[in-house]
Design a protein around this ligand. Structure first.
Ligand code: AFP
Length: 334
């Protein structure tokens, strides 16, 4: 069976006027960078990528060599194209404006270069998450300085988002606002083939994903929801539930996209704002999940409507099968 490639998919959307040539180039460039990261991840200890980088990132997290490497791959791939004004990364404190010796473009790119990196050394899937915004312009069309303020836009402003999961296969999931589309890396031709067209998340599920070790810290609505899942068919839900927790958001979200489910990293007594990052984890995943017919909230509010106040702010996340996410929101409202 011949699969359409990512390039064919993007050319079709450019011809349909849904994306600009610059946005097409941006997504293709990110996809190429994800191939390079996938190669390094799959080299394991033979690629010099294992272990600690001996540094800390802006989050105060110990950096793995692959964190730093992945960040550099994405920076180098994206600085010359003339389609970006600036970049934001989980690994960097401030926005990185495109160097003045390159032309600047209209888009802002945000990414988590290697999500789930604490799973690297134990050979569990990790990934890359990205989000694309437009740089705001003045009424006369001149672009604003691509500073922190330019990035602080609600997630509903995203023009594209995606993530790669580096697992048994490398899959890239992308949305440009007309559905969520999954591409699997064909390692013989080294091209992304459209294997999961127009992904749809089932509205119902019997599978939840949460880090249950935080149970004592959860707010009551979350505790109620999980207790009811655990009560199974003898409880108020009248059916048994299964649990999964990979601790790599990309892997957990990809499973939800593939077979339904609800993924939760709620605010709690320890992570009062939540643990996941709004701008380059929650927002892109929320955009993709909504495009696949699912729902994404911080427990009660739609994630894509949250007005950011700082680049690296955290947020609670409840996303996936619509009817379950709605139930959690109803418990918060009660
Ligand atoms: P790391 O990138 O530090 O491994 O964190 C991964 C993550 O941001 C997200 O991908 C997971 O869903 C979540 O954290 C796992 O958090 P816990 O380790 O607390 O379960």
């Amino acid at each position: 069976m011949r699969y359409r490639t990512l390039t064919q998919f993007l050319i079709e959307r450019e011809r349909a006027g849904r994306i600009s040539p610059d946005l097409r180039l941006l997504i293709e460039t990110i996809a190429r960078a994800c191939k390079a990261i996938s190669t390094r991840v799959n080299k394991g200890p033979f690629g010099g990528g294992y272990g600690l980088a001996g540094s800390e990132n802006v989050q105060g997290e110990i950096q793995k060599k692959l964190d730093v490497l992945s960040n550099e791959i994405l920076l180098e791939a994206n600085e010359w194209g003339g389609n970006l004004a600036a970049l934001v990364s989980e690994e960097m404190e401030d926005p990185r404006p495109i160097p003045t010796h390159y032309p600047r473009g209209q888009y802002l790119l945000l990414f988590d270069p290697l999500d789930g990196s604490s799973n690297i050394d134990v050979n569990i899937s990790v990934g890359t998450i990205f989000s694309v915004l437009r740089c705001p312009t003045a009424p006369d069309g001149t672009p604003h300085e691509p500073d922190e303020k330019a990035f602080l836009q609600p997630g509903r402003n995203q023009v594209a988002a995606g993530f790669a999961v580096y697992g048994p296969t490398t899959v890239l999931v992308v949305t440009v606002g007309d559905g969520a589309w999954g591409f699997t890396l064909d390692r013989e031709t080294y091209t992304f083939a459209l294997t999961h067209p127009d992904i749809r998340i089932p509205a119902d599920t019997a599978e939840f994903a949460i880090n249950a070790s935080n149970m004592r810290r959860w707010e009551p609505p979350v505790k109620r929801y999980i207790d009811e899942c655990l009560a199974g068919k003898d409880g108020p839900r009248g059916k048994d539930f299964n649990m999964r927790w990979v601790a790599s958001m990309v892997a957990d979200v990809y499973r939800v996209l593939s077979r339904g489910g609800i993924f939760m990293y709620p605010r709690d007594a320890k992570n009062r704002e939540g643990r996941l990052r709004l701008m380059y984890e929650a927002n892109p995943m929320a955009f993709i999940v909504e495009q696949a017919g699912g729902m994404a909230t911080d427990g009660s509010r739609r994630i894509l409507d949250i007005q950011p106040t700082s680049l690296h702010q955290r947020v609670g996340v409840v996303l996936g099968s619509k009817n379950e996410v709605e139930r959690v929101a109803a418990y918060h409202a009660a």
